[in-house]
Every structure is written in C-alpha cells, then in structure tokens.
Design a protein around this ligand. Structure first.
Ligand SMILES: *Cc1c(COP(=O)(O)O)cnc(C)c1O
Length: 395
C-alpha cells in the first residue's frame, strides 16, 4: 500500500479546485471560440473573457481595463521590467528591485543590466524587510521604477507595502509589486495602496497553471514585449487562453470567499508547526516572526543540507521544499537567504514548509513527530557537524 502523502509545498503550486475545473470545462470543446472572432462562438468567448477580467479586477479594487492577462506571473514580471525599460530612455531608466525578488524579476533585472540599464538591488534586514533608507536613496537617485515582492515566496516575509508605495509616490516613481504569494491569502488592493503594477497568477491559488495577470494603472507607462494581433489592449498579443482565464477568475472568486477564515486557520497550523520544529536543537526560523504569509514556515537546520532533509522527508511521505522551486535544483545557496546575511552553509540548510487548504492539524502533528528523528539521523551522518577536534579544520 502506498503511504499517506502530506503535501506541504503549496508555495510552489496548488491542486486545481474541482469547482475551477468545472467552470473551465465548457471552454475547451463546446465554447471554443476565439475571443477576437465576430461569430457566435467568438462572442461567447469574448463575453466569458470580459466577465473573468471584471471578476478578478473587482477583488483587487481595480477597473477591468487595467488587467492584462499573460501566460504566467513570470511573463507578467518580465513585461513590467522590460516594458518599462523599452518605454524609458536608457539614459534615464533606473530600476530598483529588492534583493529578495522572485527569479523572474531578478533575472529580468540582471538581463537589463547586461544591456546597459541602471539597476539597483535594495538590501533587506535580517527578517527580509526592505530597508526603507536604501529605498529612499535610490529614489533620490531618480529611480524610475521600484519592484518589491509583497509576500516573499521563500521566507514568507510580508513587506510594509503602504510605506514603500507611499515613498515611491512622494518621488513620482512607478511602483510594482509581485503579489503572487499574497493575493488571495491576505488583503491587498491597488486602490488602498497606490500601486502602479501588480503581478498575480492562478496556479498558486488553486487555479490552472500557465495563466497570470498584470494590473497596470496607466497603459502608457509601458511597452509590449509580444507583438501581433493587438490583444489585451495591445500590451500582450496572442489568442487569449479563455479556459485558463475562466478558471483563474473562478479560483480568485473562491479564494476571496474563503480568505479570512482560511488565513486564520493556516496561521494557527503554521504557528503550531513553527513551535514544534523549533523545539529541535540548533534550528532557526528564517523570515519575520509575525509579518509572514499565513501558510509559510521556513527553517534552517545547522549541520545538514536542505536537500537532504527534503529527500528524507519525502521517504516519510512529506512533500516539502528546500527553498523556492526555481532555485532549489541549482544546488546554490538561495539569493533570498544570502540577502538575510546568512552564511552560505546556513543558507543551504534550509527547509520550506508551505501549507494549504487540504492540510489538517493531523498533518502538522505528523510532521512535528517525524522531524526530530529525521534531523537526528541526518546529523549523525553529517560531515558538517563540528566535533571539538574537527572544528578548527573547517574554517
Ligand atoms: C510562483 C511565483 C512566480 C512565478 O509564477 P509563474 O506563474 O509560475 O510563472 C512569481 N513570483 C512569485 C512570488 C512566485 O511565488
């Protein structure tokens, strides 16, 4: 018999909600029209597309025509940074991003830097909170766009987004936030916080993979990267993924209904998990103790590699992650953990447990029960563990 599996990697992706699948289904083989066609099928597809756009926009307190659908959050993040760079003159363009951005922001910024654009990487404190004085310095140096992730995907730290947005606006600088991990988990609205661009996607909130969206306050502040038939207000050409978009809207609707009670439930589970795991010797919490996503727990274990813990937990039926899914296969210490000023060996001993709607207290109890044994076994085999005689040789 296969062992019970506990999925605690909801920050990497989520299962599609059965109600989302049901909403999407008609748009594959029955209502398969091209939303740009003038025939009946096209009109039906167009109607579904615009209803979905309105639905999602409403939940972030935006107007429907401010939302552009993309093929992923990665694409939306590329569109913000590169679209801004194309719009600004190179000599004037200055993009400031936090040091703990998702790889889709970080690598876009690095690529632009290689093309000769000015990029500033803003430091964070030991909990992952953006250093506001560094932000203000970049703003004084005429930053044209600032991009800061709202809820970090690895360590779960939630930024002081009102303050950051407020500062950007004092200096007339555009502000983008990657809200992929926070949207649908904690309240965020582009009306309350003055945000110029915001990235979200469907597959982190029980919707399908391969669909994202970018909120754009002013369409004139950005240039498209993908040219063609002029879809999505001319900002992202290509026939719209109608089933994906319909599923995205349904997923958002369901999340918004469940958000507050679910956040409360997850915080309780998360805090129980954190308390239980921290009872093991030489284990520390990464990220902020309170300003963190309701579902995120991230630990570092002295003397063991994160990958080793993930593999050992997998054998116990626990599906976790050593960091972000995108960097954990590269075998390098995560740039997020290094930005917290952890030493590389500390950054490599990290484990992310991210909870979701199918986790129960029983799951948390099981993880707390299994972990000490796993850690003990791995530490017994570890060559990183300093004994009195070895300690001097390591340095
Ligand atoms: C997952 C994630 C992305 C990328 O989303 P895709 O739709 O998979 O491209 C971007 N930013 C954050 C914070 C994420 O967690």
């Amino acid at each position: 018999m296969t062992k019970r599996k506990i999925f605690v990697d909801y920050a990497s992706t989520t299962p599609v909600d059965p109600q989302v699948i049901k909403a999407m289904k008609p748009y594959f083989a029955k209502l398969y029209g091209n939303a740009s066609s003038l025939n009946d099928y096209g009109v039906a597809a167009k109607r579904a597309l615009e209803k979905a756009r309105e639905g999602i926009a409403k939940f972030m307190k935006a107007e429907a025509n401010e939302l552009v659908f993309t093929g992923s959050a990665t694409e939306a993040n590329n569109l913000v940074l590169k679209g801004h760079a194309l719009k600004e003159r190179k000599a004037k363009c200055h993009i400031a991003i936090s040091a703990i951005e998702h790889s889709s922001i970080l690598e876009s910024a690095k690529w632009l830097e290689d093309q000769g654009y000015k990029i500033t990487y803003l430091p964070v404190d030991e909990y992952g909170l953006l250093r506001l004085n560094a932000l203000e310095e970049a703003l004084k140096e005429n930053a044209t766009l600032v991009s800061v992730v709202h809820g970090n995907n690895e360590i779960g730290t939630i930024q002081q987004i009102e303050k950051i947005a407020g500062l950007c606006h004092e200096y007339d600088t555009l502000f983008h936030t990657d809200a992929v991990q926070s949207f649908g988990k904690i309240p965020i609205s582009v009306e309350k916080v003055s945000i110029d661009f915001m990235t979200i996607n469907a597959h982190k909130l029980y919707g399908p993979k391969g669909i994202g969206a970018l909120y754009i306050d002013n369409p004139d502040s950005i240039k498209p990267l993908i040219h063609g038939g002029g879809h999505e207000f001319g900002l992202r050409s290509g026939t719209e993924n109608v089933p994906g978009i319909v599923g995205f809207a349904k997923a958002v609707e369901l999340r918004m209904e469940e958000m507050l009670p679910e956040a409360k439930r997850l915080v309780q589970l998360r805090d129980k998990l954190i308390k239980g795991i921290l009872e093991i010797k030489d284990v520390h919490l990464n990220g902020h103790p309170t300003r963190r996503l309701p579902n995120n727990a991230n630990f570092r274990f002295s003397y063991i590699e994160g990958e080793a813990i993930v593999l050992a937990l997998d054998e116990e039926g626990i599906c976790a992650s050593s960091g972000s899914a995108c960097s954990s296969t590269a075998g390098e210490a995560s740039h997020v953990l290094l930005a917290l000023k952890l030493r590389p060996e500390e950054a490599r001993g990290s484990l992310r447990l991210s909870l979701g709607k199918y986790n129960t207290e029983r799951d948390v109890n099981y993880i707390i029960q299994v972990m000490p044994r796993v850690v003990k076994r791995l530490r017994a085999m570890s060559i990183l563990k300093p004994s009195r005689t070895k300690a001097n040789c390591i340095s």
